[in-house]
Design a protein around this ligand. Sequence first.
Ligand SMILES: Nc1ncnc2c1ncn2[C@@H]1O[C@H](COP(=O)(O)OP(=O)(O)OP(=O)(O)O)[C@@H](O)[C@H]1O
Ligand SMILES: [Mg+2]
Length: 322
Amino acid sequence: MIELRGLTKRYGDKTAVDHLTFSVRPGMVTGFLGPNGAGKSTTMRMMLGLDSPTSGDVRIDGRRYDQLRDPLNSIGALLEAKAVHGGRSAYNHLLCMAQSNNIPKKRIDSVLDLVGLSDVAKKRPKGFSLGMGQRLGIAAALLGDPQILMFDEPVNGLDPEGIHWIRNLMKHLAGEGRTVFVSSHLMSEMALTAEHLVVIGRGRLLADTSMADFIAENSRTFVRVRTPQPERMRDVLVSFGVRPVFEQDGAMQVEGVEPARLGEIAAWYQVVLHELSPQKASLEEAFMRLTAESVEYQAHDQAAQPPPGDRGTGGAPARRNR
Ligand SMILES: Nc1ncnc2c1ncn2[C@@H]1O[C@H](COP(=O)(O)OP(=O)(O)OP(=O)(O)O)[C@@H](O)[C@H]1O
Ligand SMILES: [Mg+2]
């Protein structure tokens, strides 16, 4: 269990993390989401004692990180995959960590095998690809067989097989009763991996809820209706006080009526239906809806730009002024 109470971090006049209070519970994967610059990595660094809070605190199974006896046996983390001594072999990198945390040497071979790096164990990580670096970082996180695992954007640079592997690994670790806390910008991946979500924006807590509730609370649900008699169906719906919205291809979006009820209405009024499908928003839509006000670094929409030559700042990322 990881517990944050009023955790706050200021850098000069910038508040990177603003009074965060939440707990990350065992037995499930908790996704940590937020736009660029929201404070995710800063929060994770404070969990590991790599940055000290301006106020508030964070506990790992009831203790501050610096009070843990052999920290790697309690919490394993992948923050920066490139934070490795480039001249030391992958094996020796893990050996240093094992020796300073009372971890038996044989554990090194098992984690290298687990992440698929056994063949390059004697090679130096400076020649590793991005994905191999991520795998070494994951091996380091697993080295002490900790009950708590934390990964900051672990699928960065991984190929589809690697992404699939990480997803299953995290679910497996959570299934063993461990606490798994993971940040990612890949919403489709997060939707498949995480059961619970913590969402922050501009350092503040925006949501701490189950994946299902998050999507339900932050999205619009409707039923798509397709019929060769759209005018008739619309008139029938209007007589029930429901106003459908037409899509470009003629399909209708109907809000506030259950699909079964819509089917019964269509049958009663003898309207032929070609489609009657409940639509649920994706995690990505729900996330963008919730965090729209918290996005700090936003690219200009090219479609909304004046033509080239008539352009002021171009398409460079811009900071939104509020
Ligand atoms: N060492 C530092 N000194 C000054 N400002 C910092 C420092 N570390 C982070 N910040 C600022 O704190 C804010 C939060 O940064 P952080 O890296 O935690 O965001 P993030 O949510 O991890 O973003 P991303 O999704 O881009 O990784 C940013 O505005 C960043 O510029
Ligand atoms: Mg980050």
